[in-house]
Structures are given as structure tokens and as C-alpha cells.
Design a protein around this ligand. Structure first.
Ligand code: ATP
Ligand code: MG
Length: 425
């Protein structure tokens, strides 16, 4: 016997009973974003490797060690997208979306990172990605956050803290970088291996370390806030003021820097203490330089990504139970001519009651076996069609969750006859 095939480590199946929660969450996000004028964009899962090297940055965890990169049959280096922003910006430039225009966009789908799989951290995971291109802020920064707060509210999510910071502009960051390097050099022995490697190449990444042993040292490091240019400081103050006026609670976390290179000014994360170590469910920030860096004309922008696996988990923790998408009507068909009539009646019901799930018995069986399936399907009513019904042009209406006896009605009268048994009458 051959060995059983298995999914790739860190890549999960989402089974039908779990997919319902995903649909509820994705549907809510879609509706909320639509209400703010955001529109969907879909871009390929594969891009040239160069796109990610040039946007995310060479000295980041993603580009250094997390990308699924391979050569195609022509020897072109391709990478499965580890995040969505780069592809969306590439698409916006390539399709001329940015010529004196502004776009509020969203996208959703699978991302790929070669990470150590653990709870809340996978190799294929899903993000809901939001990008506002062509807006300098701070108005759109605040609106983005207000919109996310609405989405959490509509999903009934609790235990979320909004952390906010400004990382200023590249010039200030260069000075900050020098100060950080000097500080950490003074504590070389206390740095773990990762941090030592990051020290010369990208010391800001040390602040992002998840190693508990590093936290005290990080707590004593200089703060980026002291290196903000005036314009960034004004921008940051305005974001905070707008959020305050909108009644959004937040905490300024002066150590929040984010792991990707392209961010500037506003950065934020929504964090929960309910999911163990992987507590960030949504992260983002402003990236005013990225479009130009990728060959477009200078275009200010802000965006964020929601980690859907973590959001689904938090939804469960908060008691979210999506309505089960169960069958409401089961059609039993036994004998000569019954299947043809069953198909017709089921179609008639679907025409009259869109959204009601009608399951027709397929695969034969006697009345008893089919009614057992009807019961197991969760349906509240069965339509019973045998040779007698075919001959008389009628259908049996059999309630499945009460003692009410079966009645037979003319084919044309089926829709009103089942109405009392449906969830929405
Ligand atoms: P982390 O610090 O947890 O590694 P990150 O900074 O790499 O996160 P981003 O690239 O900003 O994450 O992605 C945004 C969100 O996507 C994260 O806040 C998280 O919810 C989710 N996410 C990132 N990587 C993974 C992963 N490997 N598995 C599941 N979700 C992820
Ligand atoms: Mg990461």
C-alpha cells in the first residue's frame, strides 16, 4: 500500500463546517469596506521575485528566509506572494491607476511564508488586505482605523487593543538607526543570535524581536519619537486627535516599528491577549515612498493586512457562531417518474424562495432510508414523492420537527404549503 498523501506542513484545509465562520467574517469585511467606498482588486499569487526584494526590503525576515522562491521553466525567478501590498502597487502602476487618481482598494487571499508553523503562524495563511492609494493623510489614516473598528464591532470582537506609532521619514530613521546601533553595540553580549545579525544590517528589526529574553534590553533602547521631523510629528498628532474625536481608544506604543522596510509615519497594530503569542490580528501603516520606489510617480499611501486565521480564532473566542448553512427542505423521491417530478418541484422552490437550501435525494433508496437522510440533513420539512403522487400530480408535505401529519397538495401549491416550516416565512 502506498503512503497516505498529506497536506504540506503549515498549510491547512478549511473544512465546510469551519468555512461558515470564514464566510461570515469575509462577508462582513466586504460589506463594511464597501460602505466606505473601497473596491476589490485581484492580483496574481505569483510575481517576479524582484518585486518583493525591491518593496519589502532585502534585510527583512520575509526576504531573507521566508519566501517560497523558485525558477520557472524559463529560468525566471518567481515567488509566491508573502504579502499583498507589493502586487497591488505593481498592478496599480502597470494599469495606470495612479495618474492623478486615488483609489481605495481591498483584496483577499492566500499568502505564503516559510515560517516555523505554530498556533497562529502558518506557511499558507490568509489576509484581508486594505490599501488607500493617493491619499497623504492624516484624514484617511483615521478613517481606515475607524473602519476597522466598525468591522470588529459588527463581528462582535472584543479584547482588541489598538497600538499606534509614527516612525517618521527615512532621514529621521537613519539618525535613529545610528543611535540604536550604538545602544545595542554597548550591549553586544546580551543580544541573541538573530539580533546580532540584525545589528549591522537592520537594527530596527531588533525591536520586533519575539524573544522574551530580549525584552528588557529593548525596553531601554532609544525611542524613534525623538527623531521625528516636524511634519511627521504634526501628522501623528492629527491622527491621534481625529481618533480621539471619533471615540476610538488607542495606546501609543513608542516601540512599534513594523517588520517591513517600506513603512513611514503612521504605523499601527490591533493586538489581542486572547490568542497566546501570536496576538497581532491586523497590522499596517503608511508607505508614501513605495509607489515611486517601484517605478510609479510619487504617490502617498496607507494600508494594512488582517490575518484571517487569527481573526477567525478571536471570533470563536468571542462566542461568534455563524448561522449554520443547513438544508431546510429535503425532497424524497421513490419510484417511476418520481425523480423527474422531484427535480421540477425543487427548481420551482428555488425560483420562488432564493436563499432557501433545497436538497434533493440523490442515490436512490426506499422511503425509510430517504427519510432518515432527510432527518440527518437538518431539514425542517420533507417533500415526499412516490408513484401515487406522480399519478395524482401531488406532493406530500411532511414536517420533520413536529408531530403534524403529512398532507398532500397539488404541485402548484407546494410553495405556500412549505412556507410555515421555513426559517423566514
Ligand atoms: P508577525 O510579527 O506576527 O510575524 P508580521 O509583522 O510578519 O507578523 P504582517 O506582514 O504585518 O505580519 O502581516 C499582517 C498580519 O498577517 C499579521 O498581523 C498577522 O495577523 C498575519 N500573519 C502574518 N504572518 C502570518 C503567518 N505566518 N500565519 C498566520 N498569520 C500571519
Ligand atoms: Mg512575520
Amino acid at each position: 500500500m502506498s503512503a497516505q498523501l498529506q497536506a504540506i506542513r503549515g498549510m491547512s484545509d478549511i473544512l465546510p463546517e469551519d468555512a461558515v465562520a470564514w464566510q461570515r467574517i469575509e462577508g462582513t469585511l466586504r460589506d463594511v469596506l464597501g460602505a466606505y467606498g473601497y473596491r476589490e482588486i485581484r492580483v496574481p499569487l505569483l510575481e517576479r521575485t524582484e518585486l518583493f526584494q525591491r518593496s519589502i526590503g532585502e534585510v527583512t525576515d520575509i526576504v531573507e528566509k521566508e519566501m517560497y522562491t523558485f525558477d520557472d521553466r524559463n529560468g525566471v525567478s518567481l515567488t509566491l506572494r508573502p504579502e499583498a501590498t507589493a502586487g497591488i502597487v505593481r498592478a496599480a502602476i502597470e494599469n495606470g491607476l495612479l495618474r492623478n487618481q486615488r483609489h481605495r482598494l481591498w483584496s483577499t487571499g492566500a499568502m505564503f511564508r516559510y515560517e516555523k508553523p505554530q498556533k497562529g503562524r502558518y506557511r499558507q495563511f490568509h489576509q484581508f488586505d486594505i490599501e488607500a492609494l493617493g491619499f497623504p493623510g492624516p484624514d484617511v489614516d483615521a478613517e481606515l482605523i475607524v473602519m476597522l473598528a466598525r468591522a470588529w464591532r459588527e463581528l462582535g470582537l472584543r479584547h482588541l487593543e489598538l497600538q499606534l506609532n509614527s516612525i517618521g521619514m527615512p532621514e529621521g530613521r537613519a539618525r535613529y538607526r545610528a543611535a540604536l546601533t550604538e545602544y545595542f553595540r554597548g550591549h553586544l553580549a546580551a543580544l541573541d543570535e538573530d539580533s546580532q545579525r540584525r545589528l549591522e544590517r537592520n537594527p530596527l528589526r531588533i525591536l520586533d524581536s519575539k524573544n522574551p529574553a530580549m525584552q528588557a534590553l529593548i525596553a531601554g533602547a532609544p525611542l524613534i519619537g525623538e527623531y521625528l521631523d516636524t511634519e511627521s510629528a504634526v501628522h501623528f498628532a492629527a491622527v491621534q486627535e481625529l481618533l480621539g474625536a471619533a471615540g476610538i481608544a488607542f495606546r501609543v506604543n513608542p516601540r512599534l516599528v513594523r517588520g517591513l522596510d517600506y513603512y513611514n509615519r503612521t504605523v499601527f497594530e490591533w493586538v489581542t491577549d486572547q490568542l497566546g503569542t501570536q496576538g497581532a490580528v491586523c497590522a499596517g501603516g503608511r508607505y508614501d515612498g513605495l509607489v515611486e520606489q517601484l517605478g510609479g510617480s510619487a504617490t502617498p499611501a496607507i494600508g494594512c493586512a488582517i490575518g484571517l486565521e487569527r481573526l477567525v480564532e478571536l471570533y470563536r473566542v468571542c462566542g461568534g457562531t455563524p448561522p449554520a448553512a443547513t438544508v431546510e427542505i429535503y425532497v424524497v423521491a421513490v419510484g417511476e417518474g418520481a425523480t423527474a417530478l422531484a427535480l421540477r418541484v425543487a427548481e420551482q422552490l428555488r425560483d420562488a424562495r432564493p436563499g432557501v437550501a433545497v436538497e434533493m435525494n440523490c442515490g436512490g433508496g426506499g422511503f425509510k432510508a430517504q427519510l432518515r437522510r432527510a432527518d440527518a440533513s437538518g431539514a425542517t420539512v420533507a417533500l415526499v414523492i412516490g408513484e401515487d403522487e406522480v399519478a395524482a400530480g401531488t406532493v406530500g408535505i411532511k414536517p420533520l420537527r413536529s408531530d403534524v401529519a403529512q398532507v398532500n397538495v397539488a404541485v402548484a401549491g407546494v410553495v405556500p404549503a412549505v412556507a410555515p416550516y421555513l426559517r423566514r416565512q
